[in-house]
Design a protein around this ligand. Structure first.
Ligand code: PLP
Length: 393
């Protein structure tokens, strides 16, 4: 695709109130009104541009939300205090008791746990499918299906979702396609490919510094309006709002996202091509042997590469632990969960960020006990890092 999300960020014209090159930071939870009537109208959702109370909207969050909507090519967006807040609020806004969700079985472990353990308590039924098998997705659809849920590139198996086909299927059934684009900001623009709602853990690449937890929901104006409705909006009533000081710091990091994504992708591609020579199973969408390599190529925005995540199968948990400890000692990066950081991070998925997934389901989905997920950093000495990794194998 020739869409350039970096230009969307570049073109933003957001200034501080005294002409500051960065928007002013709103350090207020509440806002004054000149007249009681305007306050009443704002409660009714009729006063575009008026701020009421920071759990609802505030200027700093609006700047960041507008930037994310521009990035994702959606009409609107809303920022949350975590990625999980974005996912749970968006799903609970769409679904009510008696509804049904079809989801990729391979998702971030917290999302899996919410779908598997939490939603059924409220009579929302969930069917888990192999999202790369469109026949299986189709067979799972029911008259009460309200959402197909997936990740653009899934955590941790790095399967690529066929967003256009999934969108078509969802729309034929009157459902919405919700896509978590946490692994591939800039690389993919799910809304342009047909997704109705795009969610993010901004904790990861978007912020890129591992200094906070945050999330976002990008969608139509209508949906964001529903989320922030004072009577029945999950964003308003469950209170997941992002702090405005954090919003302003994340916004500044968004302006370097294009450079960081290119470098993450370049470094991960280099490791994938060279570590795979050691004869180990390595998963990376940028390799020709990845089952959805061609699909990824078709869906991606040119220039940004195949992402910063790769997975290496050490076969057993014990070997994985030994390998990761050695890599940390050798200075490859840190043995830590999370991703999208400037340093390389690695963890054994089945025993960390996917440990919520029961063992038999891990086996069914092909998640090996020794799978080590790498979030490749921004280092400029990849030859050296490669040698260190080889030395640890
Ligand atoms: N989505 C994905 C793909 C993730 O990897 C994570 C966290 O690892 C989340 C969502 C949850 O985000 P947060 O930790 O910001 O709540």
């Amino acid at each position: 695709m020739s869409y350039n999300p970096a230009k969307k960020i570049y073109d933003l014209k957001q200034f501080g109130e005294f002409g500051g090159v960065n928007p002013s930071v709103t350090d207020s939870s509440t806002f004054t009104f000149l007249k009681g009537e305007t306050m009443e109208e704002t409660f009714l959702g009729h006063m575009e541009g008026c701020f009421l109370y920071s759990r609802h909207w505030n200027p700093s969050n609006k700047y960041l939300a507008d930037a994310l909507a521009a990035l994702e090519n959606t009409e609107s967006a809303w920022v949350t205090a975590s990625g999980m807040a974005a996912i749970t609020c968006a799903l609970l806004q769409v679904c009510k008791s008696g509804d049904h969700i079809v989801t990729s079985v391979t998702t971030y472990g917290g999302t899996f746990a919410f779908l598997k353990n939490w939603l059924p308590r409220y009579n929302i039924d969930v069917t888990f499918v192999d999202i790369t098998n469109l026949e299986q997705v189709k067979a799972a659809m029911q008259p009460n299906t309200k959402v197909i849920y997936t990740e653009s590139v899934t955590n941790p198996l790095l399967q690529v979702s066929d967003i256009p086909e999934l969108a078509k299927m969802a729309h034929e059934h009157g459902a919405k396609l919700m896509v978590d684009n946490t692994f591939t900001p800039m690389i993919m623009t799910p809304a342009l490919l047909g997704a109705d709602i795009v969610v993010y853990s901004m904790t990861k690449f978007i912020n890129g510094k591992n200094d906070c937890v945050a999330g976002a929901i990008c969608a139509s104006e209508e949906f964001i309006g529903e989320l922030s409705n004072v009577n029945d909006g999950t964003a308003m009533l469950l209170g997941p709002v992002l702090d405005s000081l954090r919003s302003s710091s994340i916004l500044k990091n968004l302006h370097t996202l294009h450079l960081r994504m290119k470098q993450h992708s370049r470094n991960a591609q280099f490791l994938a091509e060279n570590v795979s020579e050691a004869g180990l199973k390595l998963i990376y969408p940028g390799l020709k042997n990845h089952p959805q390599h061609e699909l990824h190529k078709k869906l991606m925005n040119d220039e940004f590469g195949f992402g910063g995540l790769l997975a290496l199968d050490l076969k057993t948990h014990k070997k994985a632990n030994r390998f990761m400890r050695k890599m940390q000692d050798a200075g490859v990066g840190y043995l830590a969960v999370s991703l999208g950081y400037f340093k390389t991070l690695f963890s054994c998925s089945g025993h960390s960020t996917s440990s919520e997934v029961p063992l038999e389901i891990q086996k069914q989905m092909g998640l090996s006990d020794g799978l080590v997920r790498f979030s490749v950093g921004l280092d400029d000495n990849m030859e050296e890092i490669l040698e260190k990794i080889k030395g640890c194998l």
